[in-house]
Write a protein that binds this ligand. Structure first.
Ligand code: BTN
Length: 262
């Protein structure tokens, strides 16, 4: 039987190699990430991207919710398939942030930076969050990259606890940008970055990430093996983990979690 949504999937850019080959545009989804992860048939479509005008149960990292909205922001998830080498997973998490950084740089936005692992900030406030999740079906490991990018309005549309931490492109630049054009640029950048990572060029991509993160030497607090620690960022390891030099000069590799700038 045909998938009920298959007639709504249209080709996007078939020249791409890994991501953004076809698009499923929905008026509403509970969560574009969950939609893909819960549907093996959609998950198996190489390079499929799901874009929703709004989400009713958007999810963020660390089991947080992600603010939804109607036609105001970008809510999209891309499936990476098939058989992505697992060694590239940490790199792809970082490259997802870099792809958004590159696409926003083309809009001449001032004060752009990436906060580890892949938040994109404007003047220190979060404008984009990325949720990378994976699922094993049989022997194949699928990866889903969910991108939430705040485009219109200002911080007043977000809950009180977020208002001084988040921003939108329109608020920062006064520019009205097209969600669909921006998504297309992000996907082209991501496809190029993933191609380069497959070709073994992660060292130069990580060097670019370090420049864009503007965080080398920055003092941070982070959690490691259940303990809260402090140190300053020294850069990325060759595997893509974050290296933090602690106050006692030991270097700790931070694999996951969150860093807080001090
Ligand atoms: C974060 O916490 O920073 C990650 C936020 C990721 C939000 C996006 S919106 C599209 C996709 N669907 C979801 O439910 N979450 C991601």
């Amino acid at each position: 039987m045909k998938h009920p949504l298959s007639h709504r999937i249209r080709p996007l850019n078939t020249h791409r190699k890994h991501v953004g080959l076809s698009l499923l545009l929905l008026k509403e989804a509970h969560s574009t990430n969950s939609l893909l992860l819960d549907d093996h048939e959609l998950l198996s479509q190489k390079g499929l991207v799901v874009l929703a005008d709004r989400q009713t149960a958007g999810r963020g990292r660390k089991n947080r919710t992600w603010e939804s909205g109607s036609n105001r922001h970008l809510f999209a998830s891309a499936v990476l398939h098939p058989v992505l080498p697992q060694r590239l997973f940490p790199a792809i998490t970082l490259l997802a942030g870099l792809s958004v950084f590159r696409a926003l740089s083309a809009l001449d936005i001032e004060g752009l930076s990436i906060k580890w692992p892949n938040d994109v900030l404007i003047q220190g406030k979060k404008v984009c969050g990325i949720l990378c999740e994976s699922k094993k079906v049989g022997n194949t490991l699928f990866m889903v990259l969910g991108i939430g990018l705040n485009i219109e309005g200002d911080a007043s549309q977000f809950s009180c606890d977020l208002r001084d931490k988040v921003t939108t492109i329109h608020h920062e630049t006064g520019k009205a940008v097209s969600r669909d054009i921006l998504l297309d640029q992000i996907l082209s950048e991501l496809d190029m970055l993933i191609t380069n990572a497959y070709d073994g060029k992660t060292a130069s991509l990580f060097a670019e990430w370090e420049r864009c993160s503007s965080s080398l030497g920055r003092k941070v607090r982070f959690e490691h093996e259940g303990m809260v620690m402090q140190g300053s960022i020294s850069g990325l390891a060759s595997s893509g983990t974050l290296l933090v030099k602690r106050d006692n000069a030991e270097v700790t590799e931070v694999l996951s979690g969150e860093i807080i700038y001090l």
